[in-house]
Design a protein around this ligand. Sequence first.
Ligand code: GDP
Length: 296
Amino acid sequence: MASALTDKLTRLVKEMRGQARITESNVQDMLREVRMALLEADVALPVVRDFIARVKEKALGQEVLGSLKPGQTLVSIVNRELAATMGEGVSDINLAAQPPAVILMAGLQGAGKTTTTAKLAKHLIEKRKKKVLTVSGDVYRPAAIEQLKTVTKQAGAEWFPSTPEQKPLDIARGALDYARKHYFDVLLVDTAGRLAIDEALMQEIKELHAAVNPVETLFVVDAMQGQDAINTAKAFKEALPLTGIVLTKLDGDSRGGAALSVRQITGAPIKFAGVSEKIDGLEVFDAERHAGRILG
Ligand code: GDP
């Protein structure tokens, strides 16, 4: 897909070169190709529309019409806009808080929250030399609490026990208290997720957020959700002040469009990508590289 777009744009650039004047219709032809490529990459339609509108506005301004190499200029506008939307460079986890720095993990069930919590614990231990505690507020699925216990052990972090009989708020407060008393640098709070967006659950996570005052509120989202990721992203953005995104299961998604959709809808930077089921399958997200993957 990616190289196909590059080929198409190159051909259109060549056609444009033979013309004395660049018309709005040349630009439209190229934008159509870009639009198709984004849709093929599974970027959500409203996000594609916005993106094309922004490129068009720039392209039909002096930038392209007045330039000596209008085709190339248009391609570079597309690339620049993509980079601007995706965010530039990489952004690591923010731990600038009175310890323990609390990180709240939010997202739908199955998105990869628990796995990511452990991966992040390992990352913070190994790369940032932090003392890390994890806790699960998923009182609806006892198996989820056990799962966190298992993966936390693999990560080499400490797990704070919780039970389905407890209230998530009490669990979180208890863990925070323990983390303070035992000088943990970071407390990772894994939360419950339903299969679909659920009002009661959103209310619960909002209260949890208010109680633990996290320095990072990470939205964990499955890249394979493709276009559907925007609805989930919208709901979580409305409920919580998201500070970052973790895009999971990128290893199973060759198209990469969810990144652009989620990034545009939430405005939050994509901080990490999940690239395998294993505990070390977490990469710091490289926005520029990913932009290249979408458009080629
Ligand atoms: P949660 O319900 O949000 O806590 O999701 P889990 O952490 O239980 O993950 C759901 C499933 O997705 C599990 O089978 C994980 O092994 C798998 N998973 C999570 N992250 C990744 C990833 O980056 N790549 C792959 N291939 N699988 C992942």
